[in-house]
Design a protein around this ligand. Structure first.
Ligand SMILES: Cc1ncc(COP(=O)(O)O)c(C=O)c1O
Length: 368
């Protein structure tokens, strides 16, 4: 019997969640866009200086809203890294876009900025950098390409809350930024703000009506039910209030993993995450990149035998069952390498020192 079962993830509760939910119910407006939704919007707008935030039920919804706002038409091309979650691409596929997959960087799973320009055609409308593990893509390069070719940038900042590129908050640099975990969407270009609110409210101008700007509301555009209930917003706000505490703790865990694993890294079996000088680290996850699939599979198995759950991550989207037939003859070797070799270690707020010692011990153990 193992001494421990250590999960990969364990949600952290601040203790205020139920109080806020009770309060949201007592306020009598639980369908959404009430007190707690506003509090969440204000949090992001004030803390990060985002122009306009709209809370959505998920990052998937936020990406789908962004695709509508980019006015994607059938046949438009969208450049997306292959090493990402399906939602990054799906949001645009739903509007009829053709996805043009880009490879990852050699030193980091994020999109290889140097490959983007060669993928641009007269049909390219959007590029979607994904800040993998909360580590920024080189946004100056991406914004420069986008501006020169007149294309929009949607940052998939699903993992990037409280992370920065050259001092600018991720999700706040492109035309749109989409977050997960804390499930917010933010819009950085004022041209899109009004329409975004309508799409968010099922295609109606209800938000304007609630503010007293119009005396009735109706159907004015396409849209969907992207707006979460106040119960979700109340839960989220309890977590946002503790963001600094949560981040401090997570950063400590990340540093500890990094310092301890530097020693075994020298054996050359795996590489540690690279943080480019222009990026901060929000300690979203800790991953290792093994030299090959066999080494990674062996490690997942041996950790599991010791009660430790470690997991791989994305599988190259260009090789997915859904997309592979649509792609003609382009190899994306770095994306495939991360699909085969990247391993994520247990990472959560309540990881104790005792757990930690045990995990490090089992990671660094190799049979002779
Ligand atoms: C890069 C990326 N984008 C989007 C999403 C979707 O986020 P959500 O689950 O909030 O819809 C995920 C989820 O894992 C993700 O990793």
């Amino acid at each position: 019997m193992n001494k421990y079962i250590i999960p990969f993830n364990k949600p952290y509760l601040t203790g205020k969640e139920l109080d806020h939910i009770k309060d949201a119910v007592a306020r009598g407006k639980i369908s959404g866009n009430g007190y707690y939704t506003q509090k969440c919007h204000e949090f992001f707008q004030e803390r990060y200086g985002f122009k306009k935030c709209l809370l959505t039920t998920s990052c998937t919804d936020a990406l789908e809203m962004a695709a509508i706002l980019c006015d994607i038409q059938p046949g438009d091309e969208v450049i997306v890294p292959s090493y990402t979650f399906v939602s990054t691409a799906n949001a645009f596929v739903l509007r009829g876009a053709k996805i043009v997959f880009a490879d990852s960087r050699k030193d980091h799973p994020g999109i290889d900025e140097s490959k983007i320009e060669s993928l641009i055609t007269s049909r390219t409308k959007v590029v979607v950098p994904v800040h993998y593990a909360g580590i920024a893509c080189d946004m100056d390069i991406i914004m420069d390409i986008a501006n020169r070719h007149n294309i929009l940038v949607v940052e998939d900042a699903a993992q990037s809350i409280d992370s920065f590129y050259k001092g600018k908050p991720l999700g706040g640099i492109g035309h749109f930024g989409c977050f997960s975990f804390h499930e917010t969407k933010n819009i950085n270009d004022e041209r899109f703000c009004k329409r975004a609110e309508i799409i968010w409210e099922k295609g109606t101008n209800r938000a304007e009506f609630f503010r007293g700007e119009v005396n009735k509301y109706g159907w004015v555009d396409i849209g969907s039910s992207f707006l979460p209930s106040e119960i979700t917003a109340a839960f989220l706000f309890a977590q946002l209030e503790q963001l600094d505490t949560i981040q401090n703790q997570r950063e400590g865990i990340w540093e500890e993993y990094n310092n301890r694993l530097k020693q075994i890294k020298e054996k050359g079996l795996f590489k540690l995450p690279v943080i480019p000088p222009y990026a901060t680290n929000n300690a979203h996850m800790f991953y290792l990149v093994f030299n090959n699939l066999e080494l990674r599979s062996e490690k997942i198995k041996s950790l599991l035998e010791n009660g430790i759950l470690s997991v791989f991550h994305y599988l190259s989207l260009h090789k997915s069952l859904f997309y592979r037939g649509k792609l003609v003859g382009r190899e994306l070797p770095e994306s495939d390498r991360y699909s085969d070799c990247l391993l994520r270690l247990p990472f959560f707020y309540e990881l104790t020192n005792e757990h930690f010692e045990y995990i490090i011990n089992k990671i660094t153990y190799y049979k002779k």
